[in-house]
Ligand binder design. Structure first.
Ligand code: HEM
Length: 128
């Protein structure tokens, strides 16, 4: 993260507070580093184009944080329905995202806010 959240806390969306596209891209890189290193999850990503996935994830997370540039990928249900994702998988992925945000210097309260935005997606992403 190039800016500490505190420098931006007074203005803008959560996206701007975190440092915009550059900061989100850094978090997404850390996030997939963790996910792909996790033996319990890596199998889901065999054969997946990770660069493309990172691009979509940057846009998706950006939008969830209030960026004006819209996410134009598939719905979460459509993107994940063939993957056989369990509740445990979902929990691991959210934990890796939280750890990546912490590693990038995002404070606990903001991480909680972001996790709260992702929690409702469980019903669309978990398929078994
Ligand atoms: C908060 C939770 C999650 C979010 C916000 C999220 C977000 C996304 C996004 C934006 C895409 C791209 C969709 C597209 O290509 O149009 C995607 C694809 C994908 N996600 Fe997730 N995801 C989440 C949880 C998970 C979990 C728990 C797993 C498996 C352990 C997973 C595995 C995948 C895979 C393998 C793809 C690529 C599918 C393909 O290209 O066929 N995701 N996800």
């Amino acid at each position: 993260m190039t800016h500490s959240p505190a420098q931006h806390a007074a203005t803008g969306s959560l996206f701007d507070q975190l440092g915009g596209e550059t900061a989100v891209a850094a978090v997404v890189d850390l996030f997939y580093g963790r996910v792909l290193a996790d033996e319990a999850l890596a199998g889901h990503f065999t054969g997946v184009d990770i660069d493309r996935l990172k691009r979509h994830q940057r846009r998706f997370i950006g939008q969830a944080l209030g960026a004006t540039r819209p996410y134009s990928g598939r719905s979460m249900r459509h993107a994940h329905r063939h993957l056989g994702i369990t509740d445990a998988d979902f929990d691991r992925v959210v934990a890796h995202l939280a750890a990546s945000l912490a590693e990038a210097g995002v404070d606990e309260a903001t991480i909680g806010t972001i996790a709260g935005k992702l929690a409702p997606l469980r019903a669309d992403i978990v398929t078994r």
